[in-house]
Design a binder for this molecule. Structure first.
Ligand code: ADP
Length: 497
């Protein structure tokens, strides 16, 4: 019965929300029914004349329409006066007896209180129902998003346990959601050799709030349920719910992309190796031919061959850059460390750049009094690269300054130009592999976009730092900071990392 009433209530409330007149129509029908019943059962109902009316007022307000129930009260008051209060069939108030007034007034007051109480209770219920409905909707929406996501989504709590594992993750890792929820995530999907690092990272975040991998896309190795590993791109975002951090990880399988990258790297390595030998021998032949032509007095032909060897040198620089790229990619770039004179390394780089671009004024400011522990050739390559970029990206021929600033523990070398500069959007990307600006201000710049990538790697191998400050149209300052460590100290830091 109660259930039936609830359903009826829900139905009427539902209709009342759709059609404004519905509540009023129900009220009118109930009032008419009550009047007919009261008229036909006059004798029976006279001892408690307002009971039936009160019931109708209650039902009307219970159905959720306070205005309809107020109208019902007024209607009943009028009907009571007309049909049941002497003088009958008249609305003349003057002749109504005091006792009848008291009864009528009592009915109105009790009805009003009942209506307001029932209406307030209903309104609270509607509010609660709406909140529950919204929460349910929101949960359903979240569930649908998780289910339909193409990326794997794994949510981990602050203890490192899995709290959510969507269908894409089930497919990627070969576990079902039920198998992993509540388990430590590291044990399930992180290969053993990386687990401790992950746990330390989590502990550090909880302690300090610092998480260098959070909010970025990184490439990591993941593990399937059968123990096989594969490459994934991962982005982790921390959120806080009820004061506790939760970590949402979005993972994408990049095995195919990595494989293509490896193939491309292999191709670049092989192609540059294959190109190196013929280019070297062509250069040797050209040089010996050039000497012979000079001896024979054909200076014009000798000069042309000089241009050929010059172009072969450029080709060699490109091939060496590609070979270096492969070395960096395969982790095979190594340093031949020794005590070196930084001033000499810079001097050589500057003279080399001055020969290539005589139109630019390149000056050196400052010097490092003591030797530095470094790979002369590689460091020279890095500084040459920065200077030749400064020259290349100053097409108007502006000055280039190489500043040396020694400090107690390190030395900073800055290469400052007044060239085209770098836009804010590009600034963070210039050290990325293959990143390059092909065209700016209508000028086309040649290059492979790997010079700074290799330079950064050389500086990293020296345990140094590289950076850039720049303003578009005003010039750039590339700086490297190298530690002034002795051989022993260098070894120490190398083994520690
Ligand atoms: P590239 O072969 O294109 O010069 P790099 O790795 O040396 O490759 O440099 C990457 C990109 O960084 C360049 O394409 C250029 O847009 C920018 N860049 C490097 N050095 C400078 C500079 N001194 N001034 C302005 N832009 C620079």
């Amino acid at each position: 019965m109660l259930n039936y009433l609830r359903q009826l209530e829900a139905k009427v409330i539902h209709h009342s929300r759709r059609f404004w007149w519905y509540g009023y129509a129900v009220a009118v029908v109930l009032v008419c029914l009550a009047l007919v019943a009261r008229l036909s059962l006059r004798e029976l109902l006279n001892p408690s004349p307002y009971l039936l009316f009160l019931l109708v007022v209650f039902v009307t307000s219970w159905l959720g329409n306070i205005k309809a129930s107020l109208l019902t009260i007024v209607a009943f008051a009028v009907l009571q006066l007309y049909y049941f209060t002497p003088p009958l069939y008249s609305l003349s108030l003057a002749k109504t007896k005091a006792a009848d007034w008291v009864g009528l007034l009592g009915f109105v007051v009790v009805s009003l209180v009942t209506s307001v109480l029932v209406w307030a209770r209903n309104a609270a219920r509607v509010r609660a129902d709406t909140a529950v409905g919204e929460a349910k909707d929101s949960a359903q929406r979240t569930e649908a998003i998780l289910r339909s996501a193409l990326d794997s989504i794994i949510v981990m709590d602050h203890t490192g346990r899995v709290v959510e594992f969507n269908p894409a993750a089930e497919q990627m890792f070969g576990y079902t959601r039920d198998q992993v929820v509540g388990q430590e995530m590291a044990v399930l999907i992180i290969p053993e050799r990386y687990r401790d690092k992950h746990r330390q990272g989590l502990a550090r975040y909880l302690e300090t709030g610092e998480g260098p991998v959070l909010g970025r896309r990184i490439e990591v190795t993941a593990m399937r349920s059968d123990g096989s590993t594969f490459d994934v791109e991962l982005a982790i975002t921390p959120i806080r719910i009820a004061g506790q951090p939760l970590f949402t990880g979005y993972l994408r399988d990049i095995t195919e992309r990595k494989q293509l990258e490896r193939q491309k790297d292999d191709f670049i390595r092989m192609a540059s190796h294959e190109l190196k030998t013929p280019v070297t021998s062509v250069k040797l032949y050209a040089q010996s031919l050039q000497r012979r032509l000079r001896r024979l007095g054909d200076t014009e032909a000798a000069a042309s061959l000089g241009k050929v060897t010059g172009q072969l040198d450029r080709l060699n620089v490109l091939i060496n850059a590609l070979l270096d790229l492969s070395r960096v990619e395969t982790g095979k770039m190594s340093l031949n460390l020794e005590e070196a004179d930084l001033n000499e390394v810079i001097g050589n780089a500057v003279s080399q750049a001055a020969i290539v671009s005589p139109g630019h004024q390149i000056t050196v400011q400052g010097r490092l009094p003591q030797p530095i522990y470094a790979d002369k050739v590689r460091l020279g390559q890095a500084i040459t690269n920065l200077i030749s970029n400064a020259v290349k990206y100053s097409p108007q021929g502006g000055p280039v300054l190489v500043e040396v600033e020694p400090a107690a523990e390190a030395v900073t070398v800055r290469v400052v130009d007044r060239g085209i500069g770098i836009s804010k959007q590009q600034l963070g990307k210039v050290f990325d592999r293959y990143h390059r600006v092909y065209k700016q201000d209508g000028k086309i710049f040649s290059g492979l976009g790997i010079g700074l990538y290799i330079t950064a790697e050389i500086i990293k191998l020296h345990r140094g730092k590289i950076g850039v400050e720049s303003e578009e149209g005003r010039g750039s300052t590339f700086y490297i900071t190298l530690p002034l460590s002795s051989e022993e100290k260098f070894e120490e830091t190398h083994t520690r990392h």
